[in-house]
Design a protein around this ligand. Structure first.
Ligand code: SF4
Length: 478
């Protein structure tokens, strides 16, 4: 079982109650997961609920407002595998806060379960079959923290067996906040300071800091562990790995456009990619239209560079429940999500449209948008900000099986990008399709390709500790 989510941890030096701040921060991270949410404060079991945070807060305000503490952690969940149950929601209590080494943990990422099980076997433990990757990691850390009484030693010892991605926050029974980021830095994690409450904040994205009026200090470094207690903040390294592998999907699709990740603003990265797409594919068209919402900055960039007018030809109905769902999160519901996208006929009718989208994973939503929503257009050309996704992701994004990837299904063995464009374009039903390539993706983001994870497009899994065994959706989702 694996998670791709948003996390937050807050420690106040002023004895302020951080629970309301945790809730506000989580709301700002809601785009990272809408299946479940939870918070954990000292001396209380984690409070967790299914669904989006705002609905639970409206329903259960009295209970939620009883959660108090000068330190706490929180989580919003989007499962990449395993069922969407309350049991699988985070934070997960690994051992009670009334025990000396008790802690709760909130994790964003994906870890290979088998390797942690191997570590636990070495330590003489045989965990239950249904334990999630987070629970297995938590159990191993619990063993280590009891053994070493040092979070640094706990992570150092376990790290060779942590294959995949983790950005995490831990709340200990002593009321300390611990944060760690895997040695490759797949998923984002940043550190901020909130002056009003004298609090350090650790969050998946800086948009959570902005909403709280906190200042971004820096990113948590890959391989770094931070401990915050009443003695202050202590930073150490559990790994000196130099080759980082930040996920470019965060820039093109997942993260909030206002966030800064590794010093790069997500909106600007998307816009740059759009400008570069206009250079690679200088198409002739009447209007540039984004697939809402993540492709909007790229469409603006394409329009700016090409001189072709930008138009909002497709709008998301934000007032219906699924209007804000991310379209590839739940495969069975993708058609529901796309049904909430409405075409503005006056804009798209009889036009030659240059449609910009972030990626094609399974192809379902692109086919519906082109074939149904834009059927009155004269012609549709589709440009993608992300290169062809041919291989599954085992570092935290939900496309875990190769069989479901459209580019793999229709282009098996094809290396030539022009041929891939032709085949996928034919399948989607557009007059032209153009994928971005790795060179322009990295240039658009402003980060060398050697600092990015590109496994899903190159098939090179050398950023992982060992090549994953490709799994079926049943194996991953249970
Ligand atoms: S495999 Fe793809 S989606 Fe997954 S972390 Fe790497 S670049 Fe991101």
């Amino acid at each position: 079982m694996y998670e791709h989510c948003g996390i937050i941890g807050i420690f106040s030096f002023e004895n302020d109650n951080v629970a309301p701040m945790l809730l506000m921060g989580l709301e700002a991270l809601q785009h990272r997961g809408q299946e479940a949410w939870g918070i954990s404060v000292p001396r209380a079991p984690p409070f967790k609920r299914i669904g989006v945070l705002s609905r639970s807060v409206e329903r259960e305000y009295k209970r939620i407002s009883k959660m108090k503490g000068k330190a706490g952690i929180g989580h919003v969940r989007y499962s990449t595998t395993a069922k969407s149950t309350l049991r699988n929601a985070h934070p997960i209590q690994i051992d009670s806060h009334s025990n000396e080494y008790g802690f709760s943990i909130a994790h964003n990422g994906t870890l290979e379960r088998e390797l942690i099980i191997k570590y636990l076997a070495k330590e003489g433990y045989s965990p239950p079959q249904d334990m999630t990757d987070t629970e297995l990691m938590g159990l191993a850390l619990h063993i280590n923290i009891k053994k070493y009484n040092s979070w640094l030693r706990a992570f150092e010892d376990l790290n060779p067996f942590l294959n995949g991605s983790f950005s995490l926050v831990i709340l200990t029974s002593k009321g300390e906040l611990v944060a760690a980021r895997d040695e490759r830095g797949f998923r984002p994690l940043c550190l901020g300071w909130h002056e009003g409450s004298s609090s350090y904040i650790i969050a998946s994205e800086s948009c959570a800091l902005d909403i709280l009026g906190a200042k971004l200090i820096r990113d948590v470094e890959p391989g770094e562990i931070i401990k915050i207690s009443k003695e202050g903040l202590k930073s150490e390294r559990f790994s000196s790995q130099k080759r980082h592998a930040h996920c470019p999907f965060e820039y093109t699709y997942f993260a909030n456009p206002s966030s800064r990740i590794e010093g790069i603003n997500v909106y600007m990265a998307r816009k740059n990619i759009g400008r570069l797409l206009a250079e690679i594919y200088p198409l002739d068209g009447d209007i540039v239209v984004p697939v809402p919402d993540s492709a909007r900055p790229a469409a603006l960039g394409y329009s700016e560079r090409s001189g072709i007018p930008f138009e909002e030809g497709l709008m998301k109905d934000r007032y219906r429940r699924k209007g804000t769902w991310r379209s590839f999160i739940e495969p069975k519901k993708r058609e529901d999500v796309v049904s909430n996208i409405l075409a503005i006929k006056e804009v798209v009718d009889r036009k030659r449209i240059i449609l910009i989208d972030d990626s094609i994973i399974r192809g379902t939503s692109s086919r519906i948008i082109v074939g149904k929503k834009l059927k009155s257009a004269k012609e549709v050309s589709l440009l993608l900000t992300f290169p062809p996704v041919m291989y599954p992701c085992y570092a935290g994004i939900d496309f875990p099986t190769q069989k479901e990837l459209l580019a793999y299904r229709v282009c098996r063995g094809v290396k030539d990008l022009a041929e891939i464009n032709r085949r996928v374009g034919r399948h989607i039903g557009v007059s032209f399709l153009g994928y971005n390539d790795v060179e322009h993706l990295s240039k658009g983001i402003g980060m060398p390709a050697s600092e990015l994870c590109l496994s899903c497009t190159t098939g090179d899994y050398s950023c992982l500790k060992r090549k994953p065994r490709f799994k079926t959706r049943k194996e991953m989702k249970g």
